[in-house]
Design a protein around this ligand. Structure first.
Ligand SMILES: *[C@@H]1O[C@H](CO)[C@@H](O)[C@H](O)[C@H]1NC(C)=O
Ligand SMILES: *[C@@H]1O[C@H](CO)[C@@H](O)[C@H](O)[C@H]1NC(C)=O
Ligand SMILES: *[C@@H]1O[C@H](CO)[C@@H](O)[C@H](O)[C@H]1NC(C)=O
Length: 229
């Protein structure tokens, strides 16, 4: 009977979080963590009342932590997207210039059409246009190669920063979830009484994205070091 009860909670827990976050982020809340918590609940020998109380409060902390870190994770991605947009803007003038070169070549050929009635004049015109176009073509190649290297380098930097940002976010998130699990385990084993989850009316903990500072990890929303033994 206890077993069925905790099984239900474990199932609820797994299902509740299964689709709660974007798939991208979800990959960074390791499934093993969810399974870990589900197993803790499943293996608990405590009474249904205690399991229920433990589940409710740690579910709250777990969800709050996921919400905070998802926000951080998303802000890492937003920063990267902005960085890539900035690179595009930065080289926009180079693109405009290449387009201008291209159009000038085309215009030069077009102007030769006016000489169509005079074969010699026409071919003299087109050979000149072709010579200029060949030079323009080399210029375009040169600019393009230069910009390829530059944009690639800049994008690599953005990616490096983004990976660093999401990596730190995930590490902090994992550490916090581990603490929540630790608390849940202590609660389920009766080592500590079930904490009272904060009332969700003050949504300050869950909706506090810290976009710019990726280095500062937020305070864990639950401390497992409680006064009671
Ligand atoms: C988790 O918290 C968010 C708000 O922060 C809420 O919308 C969502 O329903 C909660 N999910 C669970 C499973 O508690
Ligand atoms: C190619 O471009 C670079 C810098 O943009 C310049 O220093 C170099 O002289 C150019 N080469 C040619 C062949 O135009
Ligand atoms: C790209 O554009 C900038 C600004 O207009 C210019 O200074 C730079 O030389 C250009 N780079 C190339 C390779 O043409």
């Amino acid at each position: 009977m206890f077993n069925n009860f905790s099984k239900t909670f474990a199932m609820v827990f797994m299902v509740a979080f299964a689709g709660a976050f974007s798939q991208d982020f979800d990959n960074f809340i390791p499934k093993v963590r969810r399974e870990n918590v589900a197993r803790l609940i499943l293996n608990s020998k405590s009474s249904p009342e205690v399991i229920s109380l433990c589940f409710d409060s740690y579910n709250y902390y777990w969800n709050a932590s996921n919400t905070v870190y998802r926000s951080q994770y998303d802000s890492c991605r937003t920063t990267a997207a902005k960085g890539n947009s900035a690179i595009n803007e930065e080289v926009a003038s180079n693109i405009t210039y290449v387009i201008t070169l291209q159009e000038e070549s085309a215009k030069e050929y077009e102007e030769c059409n006016e000489e169509k009635g005079d074969a010699l004049a026409y071919f003299q015109c087109t050979t000149k246009a072709a010579t200029n176009a060949a030079k323009t073509s080399r210029d375009i190649q040169n600019i393009s190669n230069d910009r390829i290297q530059y944009v690639t380098m800049r994008r690599d930097m953005v990616k490096y920063d983004c990976d660093d940002c999401t990596g730190k976010c995930n590490a902090a998130h994992n550490a916090e979830l581990a603490k929540v699990e630790e608390g849940l385990l202590d609660c389920l084993s009766g080592k500590i009484p079930p904490p009272t989850p904060p009332t969700p009316t003050t949504s300050s903990t869950t909706t506090s994205p810290t976009p710019s500072s990726t280095t500062t990890t937020p305070q864990p929303s639950v401390e497992t070091t409680t006064s009671d033994e």
